[in-house]
Design a binder for this molecule. Structure first.
Ligand code: ZN
Length: 406
């Protein structure tokens, strides 16, 4: 039997818990950081390349990423207006009907692929944890969470099989206090949206495990109360801009809580309203509000993991799973390099030390981990990928734009 060997990245810039180290060794887990290779390691010179923790996408609806963006007018005041606008099209529009006819397994796979190709190794899916998510997802999907869709859809269908959005207070009460509770809140700019935070507070549901998705209608006063409660926000600026022409005043929340306490994460939302992927979302976020590169990197790694109570995600530490993203040295600082990275630039993504997709000059990593590869094209760039993943892509009836197995 031929054993997989450890991989040692050298001449790298490894973003490890706020430090920059030159090397990292891993098998399925991180073995050491900043240490020399050991005998038997497969040593890979990254020539200054940046090694980040696999990114965390804090908000997506994994089954809704193959329709493209949908709206019927330029601007909305509230997500409710958008829902009312879109609902007739869901059954009337032939393209949408075809999209809905695809099996849930295939739709979820495309959501997983969208995230993987952008360097995301953990995603927070908002909707029921469908049994299909246990199979064939190329990345980790958060398992332990409570959710309600929103006040608007409490008694209306929200899930892929018509599961209701859920009573917000009841769903919050049935979520363990150490698990995140996800809810779309204040998704709009009108008085209805502004009234949702006080409504949540009146129900006693603004607590440390409360994860507000969107928060566009929350003002500075509201953000102070959110920060005092120890609750957090998932910021989805691309979706907000698409629907409302503006986004949440994230700077006020960041400043209200102080860096140590405030949990702000970045999420793509689904492509029905959101960005193509988390790499694009980072650039939209940078342009939307005064936030630094370093704050944005935290929002897709450490802060997201803290908000979602995922202690093993979003960080490169010894013994953690080797969920890694390697990108080119586009800028001296890793966070700045990430802001310049598009998915065709991604050098390598590993999930639990298993290389999934990467550049052909990193084939040694796949060999070391005993992963057979096949070619994959991503936005015109020639890549190699886990042969099982490529077969899955080739067999999927839904085509991910820009991706082909030949
Ligand atoms: Zn959403």
């Amino acid at each position: 039997m031929i054993w997989a060997s450890a991989v040692s990245f050298v001449n790298a810039r490894v973003a490890a818990e706020g430090r920059l180290e030159e090397s990292v060794r891993f098998t399925s887990r991180i073995l050491s950081i900043g240490e020399r290779p050991r005998r038997g390691d497969t040593v890979v010179d990254l020539r200054g390349g940046v090694v980040l923790p696999g990114l965390v996408n804090a908000h997506d609806h994994l089954e809704l990423n193959h329709y493209g963006r949908l709206k019927s007018r330029d601007r909305y005041e509230n997500a409710s207006e958008w829902i009312d606008d879109i609902r007739p099209r869901l059954s009337g529009d032939p393209a949408i009907r075809d999209g809905r006819a695809q099996s849930l397994t295939e739709r979820l796979f495309i959501g997983g692929l969208k995230n993987l190709l952008a360097g995301v190794t953990t995603v927070a899916h908002h909707n029921p944890f469908y049994s299909e998510l246990r199979r064939t997802m190329p990345i980790r999907v958060m398992r332990r969470y409570g959710w309600a869709h929103s006040f608007r859809l409490e008694r209306q269908p929200a899930g892929a099989r018509g599961e209701p959005g859920g009573d917000v207070a009841h769903r919050w009460r049935s979520t363990p206090p150490d698990a995140p509770f996800l809810v779309h809140l204040a998704e709009g700019v009108d008085a209805d949206a502004q009234g949702e935070l006080p409504r949540l507070e009146a129900l006693g549901c603004l607590k440390p495990n409360t994860v507000i998705i969107h928060g566009v209608g929350i003002d500075g006063n509201g953000w102070r109360r959110v920060a005092e409660a120890g609750a957090g926000l998932v910021w989805c600026p691309a979706s907000n801009a698409f629907l409302f022409g503006r986004t949440a005043s994230v700077r006020e929340l960041l400043d209200a809580g102080g860096h140590a306490r405030t949990h702000v994460a970045l999420g793509t939302d689904s492509r029905v309203t959101g960005s193509r992927d988390l790499l694009e979302e980072l650039r939209v976020a940078y342009g939307a509000t005064p936030v630094s590169h370093a704050e944005l990197l935290d929002m897709v790694t450490t802060r997201a993991a803290a908000l979602l109570r995922l202690p093993r995600s979003g960080r490169i530490v010894v013994n953690a799973p080797a969920d890694l993203l390697v990108i080119p040295p586009f800028a001296p600082e890793p966070a700045a390099a990430l802001l310049l990275t598009m998915r065709h630039d991604v050098r390598l993504v590993t999930v639990g030390g298993r290389p999934m997709v990467g550049d052909a000059d990193l084939a040694a990593v796949f060999r070391a981990r005993r992963v057979t590869v096949r070619p994959l094209r991503v936005d015109g760039a020639a890549k190699i990928a886990d042969s099982g993943l490529v077969r899955r892509i080739a067999g999927c009836p839904i085509v991910e734009p820009g991706v082909s197995a030949r």
